[in-house]
Design a protein around this ligand. Structure first.
Ligand code: BGC
Length: 421
């Protein structure tokens, strides 16, 4: 094992005995090892989903010390502060920010031994594997699922009211339906706070670029591509979408926006398939109450992300940390988690037969897209947080200021990449 602070068995016995003597009066000898886990899952379905990992951890004899910090960037800020203070948790949900921590081997744990034992290399898809080992040859993070991001959720009740019979396949079809929704007094697009505006932009950009162009722009930071016709088009679509969003959107959580679709108050929402968990909690059925379609213009293309936990060097029982890593990679725990969450398990050998059509379609498109190149990982997984942040600023300025033209925004987008590596 390559965990930090591991002590030799002989030392362990002596230390254990010493600790046990002093703690005997207050702590039961069978006390479970505590593992502190920080994440940003606070909506109803997210809480139900993370409880599945918690249960699996408890079954392994761990005590799960939960720290859920929802809401945009709050969790990332908290984590940064904790790490800076030298007080990291056992593991923290990380997603886009692996790179900022993984570059520093003094901070992150090395999970190679547990990964080798569990044959992670064989069961993780290539881009996810690369991400979990980013900045180092060693595993530092444990991916738990795959979420599809380019999904449009549509209320069937709202569809009936405007006479729509199928999900829009192109942006023009969407805007035609959005006009009808507006006329019928239905909010055409349910939007959430700033991060979801940027999120929507990234899904729109996937529809205005071929997958290879998308990779060139968002992975390689290719200047010509970043300021090219596809990016201008993406900003044009965003400007049009802006006209179908209400003014309260900037204070709304993503799940509150989902509620608008659940209740038929809004026609559609662009959101990752974690939104499905909220429909499930509300007792809604896909096909009957809502449609899970790809964002207009995506076809079967797949934009995916993977929730992952970064493990830190902590002064605690190495076995407990390895056990927690195994819980996250446990096939059954991943299935139970994803069924509640709306995602699919990241393990390619997991059984998806119990999943609904929306998840099965995502899984099939992901597998097919891995072969023909139509599946792309969200750039957040590989780009530097500085560049991602700079791009986000450009998108939000454009969204909030009609005097900025799509051409100017695309140019700023390319400049933001140049200034932030
Ligand atoms: C995560 C999801 C999460 C969503 C909303 C995304 O970044 O990948 O797991 O449900 O944020 O909190």
């Amino acid at each position: 094992m390559t965990f930090p602070f591991q002590i030799k068995p002989t030392q362990r016995v002596t230390r254990w005995a010493a600790c046990a003597m002093t703690a005997l009066a207050t702590t039961p000898l069978w006390a479970a090892e505590k593992v502190e886990v920080i994440h940003w899952w606070t909506s109803a379905s997210e809480t139900a989903a993370v409880a599945k990992f918690k249960e699996a951890a408890v079954r392994r004899g761990l005590e799960w010390d939960d720290l859920a910090v929802g809401g945009g960037d709050s969790q990332r800020i908290l984590l940064k502060t904790r790490v800076a203070k030298g007080d990291p948790p056992t593991a923290a949900q990380i997603n886009g920010a692996v790179r900022s921590y993984a570059a520093n081997p003094d901070i992150v744990a090395n999970l190679d031994a547990v990964a080798a034992q569990g044959k992670w290399d064989e069961v993780l898809p290539e881009p996810v594997r690369r991400y979990a080992r980013l900045g180092t040859k060693s595993y530092v993070a444990v991916p738990v699922n795959v979420h599809r991001q380019n999904v449009m959720w549509i209320s069937t009740e709202a569809m009936k009211r405007i006479g729509a019979t199928a999900a829009p396949k192109t942006w023009d079809e969407f805007f035609a339906m959005a006009d009808k929704a507006k006329a019928a007094g239905i909010q055409p697009l349910a939007m959430g706070e700033d991060i979801w505006v940027n999120f929507t932009f990234m899904q729109v950009a996937f529809t205005t670029h071929k997958p290879d162009e998308y990779r060139k722009a968002f992975y390689d930071g290719d200047e010509a591509q970043l300021k090219g016709a596809g990016m201008v088009k993406a900003f044009e679509v965003m400007r049009r979408l802006r006209g179908y969003v209400d003014r309260s959107a900037s204070t709304r959580k993503w799940n509150e926006a989902t509620q608008m679709v659940i209740q038929g108050r809004a026609f559609a929402q662009v959101m990752g398939d974690w939104a499905k968990g909220e429909f499930t909690v509300a007792g809604k059925r896909q096909g009957a109450d809502y449609l899970c379609a790809t964002v207009p213009g995506s076809g079967r293309g797949h934009v995916f992300t993977s929730d992952a936990f970064l493990f830190f060097k902590v002064a605690q029982n190495a076995k407990a940390q390895a056990d927690l890593a195994q819980v996250f990679m446990d096939k059954d725990a991943q299935v139970a988690f994803s069924l509640a969450k709306g995602s699919v398990p990241v393990r390619t050998d997991a059984d998806v037969s119990k999943f609904d059509d929306c998840a099965k379609q995502s899984h099939a498109d992901l597998v097919a897209g891995g072969k023909d190149g139509t599946a792309v990982a969200t750039p957040n997984l590989f780009q530097s947080p500085a560049r991602i942040g700079a791009w986000r600023d450009v998108v939000l300025s454009f969204w909030n200021d009609d005097s900025i033209t799509p051409q100017q925004a695309a140019l700023s987008f390319a400049n933001a990449a140049k200034a932030n590596r």
